[in-house]
Design a protein around this ligand. Structure first.
Ligand code: F6R
Length: 248
């Protein structure tokens, strides 16, 4: 896997956002795969500036978010739908109606009786939109990508999953530090779904990602480290700060 180590998060974000901008300048009606969490935040800010100066427009771009919690009320401040609205739509010219996020609240609407059906419909919607042109990824300290935790089959499709204990601990910071407030389930794109993106950029920041980054890049391809599946992708680039690269 090709990787680059940056001196600062700002340098990393500038280069990452430039790659995103180049792709959507070439294909203004393309599809962007989004991630939440802290890793892509600076990239979204830089993208906002690039849109402001006219270097790229996301007006006709569709987005598909990797994952969403199950069990939060609609519009909850920690829902990933809200995250994308606040951290990407608000900073760019992306249109809300072009933003797709797995939606557990579809259950009970016509044609969707179960969460599994909502997950399958999401997978189909990505295909209908023509597939993802550029996928933004972060990585969990346990090697997860999206919410594909260790043990997830490498060819999995969008599905309902349980969060690992480590991920609940890691994400408690977004819920006032209270683990009991973190949802235990989610809908997540599968590893097979993510692998269909044409180009992938993964961001890892900080020393607590170093072991996962090393396993992803130089370990065996195994469900024990879900991110290791990216070794089989023809066009992935990993963006690291010094902490995340410290075990390479
Ligand atoms: C977010 C997602 C997660 C995060 C990962 C890293 O949509 O799918 O896999 O990318 O948990 O999170 P941060 O960036 O907060 O360290």
């Amino acid at each position: 896997i090709q990787y680059t180590v940056f001196d600062s998060e700002e340098d990393l974000a500038r280069e990452f956002a430039a790659q995103v901008a180049a792709i959507f300048r070439d294909k203004p009606t393309g599809v962007l795969g989004t991630a939440t969490g802290s890793s892509p935040l600076e990239v979204y800010r830089v993208l906002g500036r690039l849109v402001e100066i006219g270097a790229v427009s996301l007006k006709e771009v569709k987005t598909f978010q990797l994952d969403e919690y199950v069990g939060l009320p609609e519009g909850h401040s920690q829902s990933y739908r809200r995250f994308i609205e606040e951290n990407l739509v608000a900073l760019t010219d992306l249109r809300s109606y072009n933003v797709n996020v797995p939606n557990p609240h579809l259950v009970g609407t016509p044609g969707v009786d179960t969460l599994d059906e909502a997950a399958a419909a999401y997978d189909a919607a990505i295909k209908d939109a023509g597939g993802v042109d550029f996928q933004i990824l972060g990585i969990g300290s346990d090697g997860h990508i999206a919410f594909n935790e260790p043990g997830t089959p490498l060819d999995s499709r969008t599905h309902v999953a349980n969060l690992a204990e480590q991920t609940i601990i890691d994400n408690a910071r977004f819920f006032g530090g209270d683990r009991s407030q973190v949802p235990t389930r989610c809908i997540t794109q599968g590893l097979g779904t993510i692998m269909e993106a044409r180009v992938i950029g993964l961001i890892a920041l900080g020393e607590n990602k170093a072991q996962a980054v090393r396993d992803m890049i130089s370990g065996p391809v195994t469900p024990d480290c879900p991110a290791s599946v990216l070794q089989n992708h023809p066009n992935v680039r990993v963006y690291l700060d010094k902490g995340a690269a410290s075990l390479l």
